[in-house]
Design a protein around this ligand. Structure first.
Ligand SMILES: [Zn+2]
Length: 321
């Protein structure tokens, strides 16, 4: 942790978000009707990793977790885990990332009874099978306070990255004296689920950058269309196309450098821009565009409206293209 002393008091920059959610829960009394209570945040955390352990975007000292802490009753665990698993599946599917699910069970060093652990492990396992998914068991690899599900992504090089987790926690709520009132007006301790989908947002960006080898799908690409005017005469027409595409929210650049067209095409290819459009006299006269896709090649001359339709389709469907 990064620590400091201010006015003779010890301070630390938070390495995790959990205590924050606990304090928010504890601001007011809760009844069973409030549960599950879901606190989500993009939590900025700092961990003083050894300098030798730092690695590009994969291991940094300051990163953002797409974190959530869900306070709930024991009976709600299974349905909540189903919800989270579906969310994780939806997010990974958008990126076309295959993944597997690992169920980590009771470690030797643990708190709670074996019966409670079994119940919790079964709730996680049943949630996964109830939506037609499978899991592998990782015996004894749970946290000391509860079992967990890990979602391991496989990138295009066959490497595995642990990203999402769903962690059951029977310990922290009790330590912080968290309560809710049940249907019999009796005080109960809620269970807490810690969950992330991306894990570290920075790391996830690193993973997909490697996975796509920089060639992001059109919906995600920082520059979606690059206009390459052949001569100065094509600047005005290029500006007009860009203005129309800007209007629709696409990310468009014009390469107005005084370079040969071949060079401009090569550079756009190196930048892995999904669509490049060479703009020459013929297109200006005919009022057309001649887009070329990064992997599909020349798409031929077409009206700007036709090109807009192509972009609309690949972006709206989040095609891996
Ligand atoms: Zn947490």
């Amino acid at each position: 942790m990064y620590t400091t002393v201010i006015d003779e008091e010890d301070y630390a920059i938070k390495p995790m978000n959990c205590p924050g959610s606990i304090l928010v829960y504890d601001l007011e009394p809760h009844s069973y009707r409030d549960l599950p209570l879901r606190y989500g945040e993009l939590g900025h955390v700092h961990r003083h990793e050894l300098s030798g352990a730092l690695h590009g975007m994969f291991r940094v000292r300051c990163f953002t977790q797409d974190d959530a802490h869900i306070l709930l009753a024991k009976e709600q665990i299974q349905s909540e885990v189903v919800r989270i698993t579906k969310l994780i599946d939806e997010v990974y599917s958008v990126f076309g990332l295959p993944y597997k699910i690992l169920l980590s069970t009771m470690p030797e060093d643990h708190i709670g009874t074996r019966a409670d652990w079994e119940k919790a492990e079964n709730a996680l396992a049943d949630a996964i099978t109830s939506i037609g998914k499978t899991y592998e068991v990782n015996p004894g690899d749970g946290a000391f306070y509860g079992p967990k599900l890990d979602f391991e992504i496989e990138d295009c090089l066959g490497r595995h990255w642990q990203c999402g987790t769903i962690q059951l926690d029977y310990q922290l709520p009790g330590r912080f004296n968290l309560e809710y009132t049940d249907t019999n007006s009796e005080k109960q301790t809620p269970v807490m689920i810690h969950r992330v989908v991306f894990g570290s947002v920075e790391r996830f960006i690193g993973i997909i950058t490697e996975h796509f080898a920089g060639a992001f799908p059109t919906w995600l690409a920082p520059v979606q269309v690059k206009l390459l005017p052949v001569t100065d005469r094509a600047f005005e027409y290029s500006d007009k196309i860009k203005a129309e595409l800007d209007e629709l929210g696409y990310r468009v650049q014009i390469d107005k450098r005084n370079e040969k067209t071949g060079r401009k095409i090569r550079d756009a290819q190196m930048e892995k821009v999904p669509y490049m459009v060479v703009v020459g006299d013929r297109d200006i006269e005919a009022g057309t565009v001649s887009p070329r896709h990064r992997t599909d090649g020349d798409l031929g001359a077409m009206s700007l409206d036709q090109f807009k339709d192509i972009l609309k389709e690949v972006v709206a469907t989040k095609a891996i293209k």
